[in-house]
Design a protein. Sequence first.
Length: 86
Amino acid sequence: MRGWMVVALLAAGCGSAEYDACEDLCTELVRTCDYQAYPEMQSCMDGCANRLDEGVDVEAYATCVQDAACNTFQIVECEHRFATGE
C-alpha cells in the first residue's frame, strides 16, 4: 500500500513540477546525503506526497535541503521552515 502515493504522483504526470521537486528532494536526502530518516527512495517519495497533500512548498523545501549540503542540522532547519505545511 505504501506505493500508492508514488503512483498518484506518477499519475499526476512525471513531468509535473511537484513530482520533479519531490524527486530532487528525495535524491538529495536518500542518495546524496544518505539521510537516515529516509532509508530508500520509496519512503521519501511517500513522505513527499504527504507533504504535497498538506500544502507544503516542496520546491522551496528541496532547494533548502540542497543548499544544506548534507549538514544534518541545516536539513532539520529546512524541515522546520518548509515541511510543516503551515
